[in-house]
Design a protein. Structure first.
Length: 239
């Protein structure tokens, strides 16, 4: 396979694997949307490529995937430099000292959960002369170790993002708590989204659902699903 413009070339075998995985995933996405009467076009697929080589991103781009998610700045920054032509979503927990770097290449940050981070992202976006979409990560179980703002803190955080130069309030994000019913958790997120939209009508995005629970997320109104394993396969064990 010839090297795609602006990216490293994947092997023919890997392209075949990704083509098959994407086809299977598209069947799931289409079925999940049809089950609740939603057009497939309402749901954005974000391919989460953490620990995967830049050649996988280049291959997915050639297959039509335009939204790519990462959760570590160093890895994301390197891939963004190698593979143009995609929208980069930062989907992991973010330290304030990495915000300036992320603001240079990301189109959206899905994990804003505290005032200090919002301030840092605003400063980074202004410095880069860009506008960054920001989603508020919400904790659905109140466990601070998993990241996310408490539901009671979302209105004040939303006001801060909406008023911050260089930022655009896009919506909300959450991860279903471990051992919780995903349908119930995503239903809670959808209600929080509806409340947010009453004050910020433009904040329509709901980032929810991964490989194992994307159907429940779509049923609850997710506009973005973050899929890694079902598209790229299981990650090899570390080291």
């Amino acid at each position: 396979m010839a090297e795609p413009a602006g990216g490293p070339a994947p092997t023919a075998g890997r392209v075949a694997e990704l083509t098959a995985s994407l086809a299977r995933l598209e069947v799931r996405l289409a079925a999940a949307c049809a089950a609740v009467g939603r057009p497939r076009e309402e749901v954005v697929l974000i391919a989460v490529t953490k620990t995967r080589p830049a050649s996988d991103v280049a291959a997915l781009r050639e297959l039509g995937v335009r939204d790519v998610g990462e959760n570590r700045d160093q890895e994301a920054r390197a891939k963004a430099g190698e593979v143009p032509g995609v929208r980069w979503h930062f989907v992991g927990g973010l330290q304030t000292n990495k915000a300036r770097s992320v603001a240079r290449y990301a189109s959206a940050v899905h994990s804003a959960d505290r005032a200090e981070l919002v301030q840092a992202l605003s400063a980074g976006s202004q410095r880069a002369e860009r506008v960054l979409d920001v989603l508020l990560q919400v904790s659905l179980d109140g466990d601070p170790a998993r990241g996310g703002a408490l539901a009671a803190d979302v209105p004040a955080l939303a006001e801060q993002v909406a008023g911050a130069p260089g930022l655009r309030l896009a919506g909300v994000m959450a991860v279903a708590p471990v051992e919780a019913d995903p349908a119930g958790a995503f239903g809670q997120l959808a209600r929080l989204s509806a409340t947010l939209r009453s004050d910020h009508p433009e904040a329509v995005a709901i980032s929810a659902g991964m490989s194992g629970d994307l159907e429940q997320a779509i049923a609850a109104g997710a506009t973005h699903v973050r899929v890694g394993t079902a598209l790229l396969g299981r990650r090899p064990p570390p080291g």
